[in-house]
Ligand binder design. Structure first.
Ligand SMILES: [Zn+2]
Length: 357
């Protein structure tokens, strides 16, 4: 009874969180309605809380501590980045990242997770400065996503894979994963660039299909491992693995985050009422962070418990090759983003010229 009572009190406190957040953060001076900002800046069903364009950089940095419609998006990934950085520091106490090449895939996942969370924080905080900044910072966000896709692929291939799937994809898994990272970076950048000229469903396909392909490929070792586990479970000779539970968690969190990324839920049911807290993109951020935490834990457990297995599976020097490929993937996706940004800059310049004439 006492526990139930405590649980009830805790639930009551959770219900008060939205109000506490609203009261704790001062409102940003002169936030605007959706009708007062340019089209590229508007989010569907979000009616208010837009920060004005062309303010000083100081204004946007300070808006971290103020209430507007990007505050929760910024904080969810800022806290996520800090959690991942603290994990790197904690793992470094027991894992010899410098001298153990078998730990490098885990390090790549940690660094890529910290990067995508940081880039996303920066994008949501500073993209309101101007149209070019909006594109530039979100392109940076897409580069972070490409890096994280690579980080996911490398830990799944290195630690989580089973022998039979490894025999099918050895030699081609990581090069294909790297190509798909760059392809989804290009798809996302191009979809945003063609914001006005393509119907929204075509843009979504351009953005979602390459990312879905990359996810299916990068996570295939985990799906295959689920199948192997399930078959052994039906035969009654399965071995329990705590890492599998975390991998299951990462898949569930990722798939639910994909739903909130593609659907404007719940704001489409309450237009204008989720402007500060509760819109789908915030839920997407939280679910992606939970997916990342599960993935990091699952991979860390695999790194610890499957060592005898993956040391035999991967040749000497393979880990170093994956580090080099990681750097190449980063350079290529950054170049794609810069190339697309140059196109955006030309387009904005052309439009401004037309307006003057
Ligand atoms: Zn975001």
């Amino acid at each position: 009874m006492e526990r139930l009572g405590r649980l009830f009190i805790n639930l009551q406190q959770v219900r008060q969180v939205p109000q506490m957040l609203t009261e704790a953060l001062p409102c940003t001076a002169n936030t605007l309605r959706d009708t007062e900002v340019p089209c590229f800046f508007r989010e569907r069903y979000i009616h208010s809380g837009y920060r004005p364009l062309h303010q000083t950089w100081r204004y946007y940095f300070w808006s971290l501590l103020q209430r507007h419609n990007e505050t929760i998006n910024v904080w969810t990934h800022l806290i996520g980045a800090l959690v991942v950085l603290s994990k790197i520091a904690r793992f470094a106490e027991t894992v010899d990242f410098m001298n153990d090449p078998h730990s490098w895939p885990l390090l790549i996942l940690l660094l890529s997770s910290a990067s995508y969370l940081t880039f996303s924080t920066v994008a949501h905080l500073l993209a309101a400065k101007s149209e070019l900044c909006h594109y530039g910072f979100f392109y940076l966000d897409y580069v972070g996503v490409a890096l994280y896709q690579y980080g996911s692929a490398v830990v799944h291939y290195y630690y989580a894979i089973e022998e039979s799937w490894h025999a099918c994809v050895r030699g081609c898994f990581m090069p294909i994963a790297s190509f798909l990272c760059c392809l989804s970076c290009f798809g996302c950048c191009y979809g945003k660039y063609r914001n006005y000229s393509l119907p929204s469903w075509v843009r979504k396909i351009g953005q979602v299909v390459p990312s879905a392909l990359a996810y299916s490929w990068d996570t295939s070792p985990v799906f295959h491992r689920f199948v192997i586990w399930f078959l052994s479970w039906t035969r009654g000779d399965f071995r329990s693995s705590p890492a599998l539970l975390f991998h299951f968690g990462q898949v569930v969190f990722f798939l639910s985050s994909a739903f909130f990324f593609t659907q404007p839920v719940p704001e489409c049911w309450f237009p204008g009422h989720c402007d500060f807290l509760g819109h789908g993109h915030q839920v997407f951020h939280v679910l992606m962070f939970l997916c990342t935490v599960c993935q990091i834990h699952g991979s860390y457990l695999d790194y610890l418990n499957r060592r005898g297995f993956y040391v035999k599976l991967h040749a000497d020097g393979e880990a170093l090759f994956f580090v080099v490929l990681f750097i190449l993937t980063f350079i290529t996706s950054a170049l794609i983003a810069l190339y697309m940004l140059a196109k955006v800059k030309r387009l904005i310049g052309y439009r401004e010229k037309l307006c003057k004439e």
